[in-house]
Write a protein that binds this ligand. Structure first.
Ligand SMILES: Cc1cc2nc3c(=O)[nH]c(=O)nc-3n(C[C@H](O)[C@H](O)[C@H](O)COP(=O)(O)OP(=O)(O)OC[C@H]3O[C@@H](n4cnc5c(N)ncnc54)[C@H](O)[C@@H]3O)c2cc1C
Length: 464
């Protein structure tokens, strides 16, 4: 392994040990290697990519986790580019379907066709969200003026206080389920506003054209991670959960089931709740412990249903649907080409999905697609789903659900180093927190900080 040393006992010594082979960990490793540092990335799972994972349905590679990339997500785009991966536009031509309060309607553009009263209410709530979002300190949400007040209530309580109409509330619930993997009543208003701010505003977060859902990667997002890992070679060690990190003034020792790794510094990229899978010696300060306890992961599930052809396109539909009833709450068309196969991606509510056997899950999804797109949806040629809450290691996603008070009490611990242990990962990002782009940026930034510390240590050693 380049630049690392292995002892007779099997222990490894490197400049920096990185926990987690998602986009943050792999980007940190790539940057450190480019600066001539020796690294080892240790990943608990048997694969790289973290919350990016590919699957295959009807011979088509699909994204079971992270999918979309905005034009402004330049860090992940640049990484993908260098790895030879390409983007394709998210298909959104035609009419969308809205299934709300037991009624099916169709509409064009981003704004659903609802009554004028509901449109006015939605505009009112959007204005209220935009006003709050503008006040958020994206790099330190807990420093936002009035942070304590915003963090004292849930997003759901705020919708109640604003007397949001049921339809507006139903749409905000869909946003909450897809963005944070929870109901609006579970997540703090400050946390929601921080994520919307980090995502470039409500419109940028939700839109296809000009927004976060504009493009997806032809090769899948996990393929980007796989190619980075391939270049890193044996600097990436899979199926190696980190159990313990001890440290003293000279360095860190990372204990795994297959031996110890000694390094000057550690970068931990696990999501806040998953930091708790590691025992720290000396123990983490109370604020950092509190973060792992209170920033539990949300949960989201995805299903992919394949047909001979994207028949909904012929019927004039985009494949985009929003629904407030049942298991599926959003669909998108992720077909590889107009000639087929046609693939619909459906976001599913884990509470009415994950607990069922695979056959029942499939029936639930297909039945709902028949309601949305008609009888042709009854005869898929293939089906695949993934329940992120059921992952054996580091379960959950897309994002943490920080409940009331969790950000003001513990948010600082997202990035505060624990001596020689530094934190990266998308949650530690300011702008673009929650996205692959945020993950890449934090990996690169932390790598640069650690490289500077390593150089400082060498200078200090030389002058002693
Ligand atoms: C369903 C879903 C849809 C999403 N959609 C999008 C999207 O469209 N666009 C977008 O930009 N983002 C999306 N995301 C979010 C995106 O996936 C994440 O922001 C990003 O992948 C996070 O990267 P990361 O490296 O910070 O963390 P992770 O990918 O979570 O990587 C952390 C790694 O650390 C490992 N780890 C944890 N603890 C230990 C330990 N003790 N020892 C060893 N290894 C450990 C984990 O196994 C994991 O592999 C989505 C996520 C999900 C789940």
């Amino acid at each position: 392994m380049s630049g690392s040393r292995k002892s007779d006992s099997g222990d490894t010594t490197v400049d920096v040990v990185i926990v987690g082979a998602g986009f943050a960990g792999l980007s940190a490793a790539e940057r450190l290697v480019s600066m001539g540092r020796s690294v080892l990335v240790v990943e608990a799972r048997d694969r790289v990519g973290g919350r990016s994972l590919s699957g295959e349905v009807a011979g088509v590679q699909v994204d079971l986790g992270a999918t979309w990339v905005a034009r402004r997500h330049t860090a992940i785009r640049d990484l993908a580019n260098r790895m030879g991966c390409t983007t394709t536009g998210q298909f959104d031509q035609g009419r969308n379907v809205l299934w709300m309060a037991g009624r099916r309607r169709t509409y064009s553009g981003t704004i659903p066709k609802v009554s004028p009263a509901v449109l006015v209410d939605m505009a009112r709530m959007q204005t209220a969200v935009n006003k709050l979002v503008a006040t958020i300190d994206v790099n330190a949400a807990w420093e936002t003026p009035g942070a304590g007040r915003l963090d004292a209530i849930s997003f759901g309580e705020w919708l109640d206080r604003k007397c949001a109409l049921p339809s507006t509330r139903a749409l905000m619930t869909i946003v909450s389920k897809v963005q944070w993997g929870c109901a609006p009543g579970d997540v703090s208003l400050l946390h929601v506003m921080r994520y919307i701010r980090a995502a470039g505003g409500l419109h940028h977060m939700l839109d296809v054209e000009g927004g976060a859902n504009e493009d997806r990667f032809v090769e899948t997002t996990q393929e980007i991670a796989k190619r980075v890992a391939e270049r890193l070679g044996d600097r990436v060690r899979l199926e190696t959960p980190v159990r313990r990190i001890t440290q003293d003034d000279d360095g860190v020792t990372v204990r795994t089931d297959s031996g110890e790794i000694h390094a000057g510094y550690a970068i931990v990229t696990a999501a806040p709740a998953h930091r708790a899978t590691i025992e720290f010696e000396p123990a983490l300060p109370e604020r950092a412990e509190g973060l792992t306890r209170t920033w539990r992961m949300g949960v989201l599930s995805k299903a992919f249903v394949a047909y001979e052809k994207p028949f909904w396109r012929t019927d004039g539909f985009s494949g985009e649907a929003l629904t407030d009833t049942g298991t599926v709450f959003i669909t998108f068309d992720v077909s590889p080409a107009p000639g087929g196969p046609g693939v619909l991606m459906a976001f599913c509510d884990p509470r009415v999905f994950d607990g069922f056997d695979p056959e029942t899950r499939r029936d639930l999804v297909v039945r709902q697609l028949v309601d949305l797109y008609g009888p042709q949806a009854r005869t898929p040629i293939d089906y695949l789903d993934h329940c992120w809450g059921a992952e054996p290691f580091a379960p959950g996603g897309p994002h943490p659900v920080a409940g009331p008070h969790a950000t003001t009490s513990y948010g600082r611990a997202l990035t505060e180093p624990h001596a020689r242990v530094h934190w990266a990962g998308t949650e530690t990002a300011g702008e673009w927190a929650g996205t692959m782009n945020g993950a890449v940026l934090t990996g690169q930034r932390t790598a640069e900080n650690i490289a500077a510390l390593l150089s400082r240590d060498v200078r200090a050693g030389a002058s002693r």
